[in-house]
Design a protein around this ligand. Structure first.
Ligand SMILES: [Zn+2]
Length: 80
């Protein structure tokens, strides 16, 4: 009886995710993304750079240093 229930549960789980490791990964990924998003929004609203904790430049989410870094990164990305 118990064995039957367990196999039923297992099958249900396998339908959603290929295996329990992927299930764990997806569930945690969703949680981590949510946390990351809230920190990003909090910093953005507070006018703090989202990469470090320095004051961000007005209108953008980066400080002077990370803004320059981001510009360089975008240039490199476009060259590829
Ligand atoms: Zn910064």
């Amino acid at each position: 009886m118990l064995k039957k229930l367990l196999s039923k549960f297992k099958r249900k789980e396998e339908k959603k995710y290929p295996n329990r490791f992927l299930k764990f990964y997806y569930e945690n990924q969703q949680r981590l993304n949510k946390e990351r998003r809230s920190t990003y929004t909090e910093k953005k609203d507070a006018g703090i750079c989202v990469r470090c904790n320095k004051k961000a430049l007005s209108g953008i989410v980066f400080c002077d240093y990370h803004q320059k870094k981001q510009i360089n990164y975008n240039k490199k990305a476009r060259l590829k």
